[in-house]
Design a protein around this ligand. Structure first.
Ligand code: AKG
Ligand code: FE2
Length: 457
């Protein structure tokens, strides 16, 4: 693996932007191990923990003086790390060539940082503003009001049995601050075979990815109200896709002008009160494939949905990411269109003050209406026939990998890079095999994609 790839991998693993020089330094200190480098940089950027004094140039040139800095670092891994100038990177795929030429770094002292001005967050409250600034569309009132209300009640009841996801992130267990569940739809497979997807073992595998690698029960089928909503949403999503310019790697398995987006799975989240949230992330692409479309239904209490672009490395000095906040009312649909997962991260931030949701209909005719502080979110997803769980490579730990985009180095929508990466550590005390394998659409026999149709013209 070359230096650029290692840099990109570390960037992918980081939540905060770090300079190329800092990443390089971390890679050298950690024998070229991208996970260890990212772990170190993450720890270093945590405000509550003691900051490591910055090594100056003498530190680079005289390994012994660099070493003197080490007692102040609390990471035991650093204590045993060989000194930078003599280290060879430990390459994930068994290569032995040195990854970093220290002199090339020393010849390019970091230039004084010139950054573009910071932009304040922008509130996007209308569908027009959402479409102008993000790759999303907002449909403020999508379902018949009575159905939206019935679905809200049904999901709130089901959510009592949902759990918070738990997984290892580097060296600590993290817990999602909301409850979640995964559903499969009882529909004929999109590739034309009449298989009932819901009782197929592969849906259990796909649920596993949703639960951060934890082996879960076979997912439940869509409840009837969700099925009803899905039919409406599927129609709207296909109409929207038809209006958009398609990306070359998008799925193109439909006939005629049917984009063939089929919601064959759904993930649901319940946020009870303003403290419950989900942090900035982009969705794993494991079964969605590149440039997916995800339809996200909001029910109950209105919450803010935040979107923030990931600025490509080569534009980091010329522009800054801006946070866009979109208030999502009850019964609204947000479609995250193709490129949203590659270009943006999204979150539901904690919210100090909530508007209680007052359902328009009682649970039972003539019954009382109770206000609620819950928001239910259902993301309808299309697991592509060319990315079904059986086709997902396993890593050396024999655990299904996950698919991640190289968000920092996007190219043209066609030659963009994606990696299959080891995810065993998420449920194994953070320990995995560190596999990072480039996804190759052609070699892996995936498609058809939009680019195939264009090249056939
Ligand atoms: O609740 C939401 O609207 C977002 C949920 C989300 O990002 C996810 O489930 O991946
Ligand atoms: Fe998400």
């Amino acid at each position: 693996m070359d230096t650029e790839t290692l840099l990109a991998i570390v960037e992918t693993l980081l939540d905060v932007t770090q300079s190329k020089e800092a990443i390089m330094e971390a890679l050298i200190e950690h024998d070229g191990d991208p996970e260890a480098a990212a772990r170190y940089l993450t720890r270093k950027s945590r405000p509550t923990e003691k900051k490591r004094p910055r090594a100056d140039l003498t530190g680079w040139l005289k390994p012994s003086s660099a070493k003197k800095l080490k007692p102040s670092i609390s990471d035991p891994q650093l204590e045993t790390t060989p000194v930078a100038s003599t280290s060879r990177a430990r390459l994930p795929e068994g290569e032995t060539k040195p990854v970093v030429d220290l002199m090339t770094i020393l010849k390019q002292p970091p230039k004084p940082e010139k950054t573009a001005p910071k932009l304040p967050p922008l509130m996007l409250s209308t569908p027009e503003h959402v479409a102008e600034h993000t790759p999303c569309t907002l449909h403020p009132s999508i379902l018949p009001p009575e159905l939206a209300c019935r679905l809200f009640y049904a999901m709130v009841d089901l959510s009592r049995r949902w759990n918070r996801n738990k997984w290892w992130l580097f060296d600590r267990i993290v817990e999602s601050p909301h409850r979640t569940s995964f559903f499969a739809r009882a529909v004929a497979a999109v590739d034309g075979s009449a298989a009932d997807q819901a009782d197929n073992a592969q849906w259990q595998e796909s649920a596993r990815a949703w639960y951060n690698g934890r082996i879960a029960e076979t997912p439940a089928l869509f409840p009837p109200e969700m099925e009803e909503a899905c039919t409406i949403i599927e129609r709207v999503v296909n109409e929207e896709i038809k209006k958009r310019i398609r990306f070359p790697l998008e799925w193109d398995g439909g006939s005629g002008d049917d984009p063939a987006w089929r919601a064959n799975v759904a993930a649901s989240n319940c946020y009870e009160g303003g403290k419950e949230s989900v942090g900035f992330h982009s969705d794993q692409l494991t079964c969605l494939g590149p440039y997916p479309t995800i339809a996200s239904l909001s029910l109950g209490t209105r919450r803010v949905f935040s979107l923030r672009e990931v600025i490509p490395s080569d534009e980091a000095k010329s522009r800054r990411a801006r946070t866009f906040n979109v208030p999502l009312p009850h019964n609204s649909l947000t479609i995250m269109h193709a490129s949203c997962q590659e270009r943006f991260k999204h979150s539901i931030p904690p919210q100090p003050a909530l508007d209680m949701y007052r359902p328009a209909f009682p649970r039972m005719p003539g019954g009382d209406i109770e206000s609620s502080n819950c928001r239910i979110n259902i993301t309808f997803r299309f697991y592509r026939p060319d990315f079904l769980p059986a086709s997902v490579p396993r890593c050396k730990c024999n655990v299904p990998t996950i698919l991640r985009p190289d968000m920092k180095n996007r190219v043209d929508g066609k030659t963009d890079r994606y990696w299959w990466t080891c995810y065993a550590g998420a449920q194994n005390e953070g320990k995995g095999c560190n596999l990072w394998q480039t996804m190759d659409m052609k070699k892996e026999g995936r498609g058809p994609v939009v680019a195939d149709r264009l090249s056939a013209l």
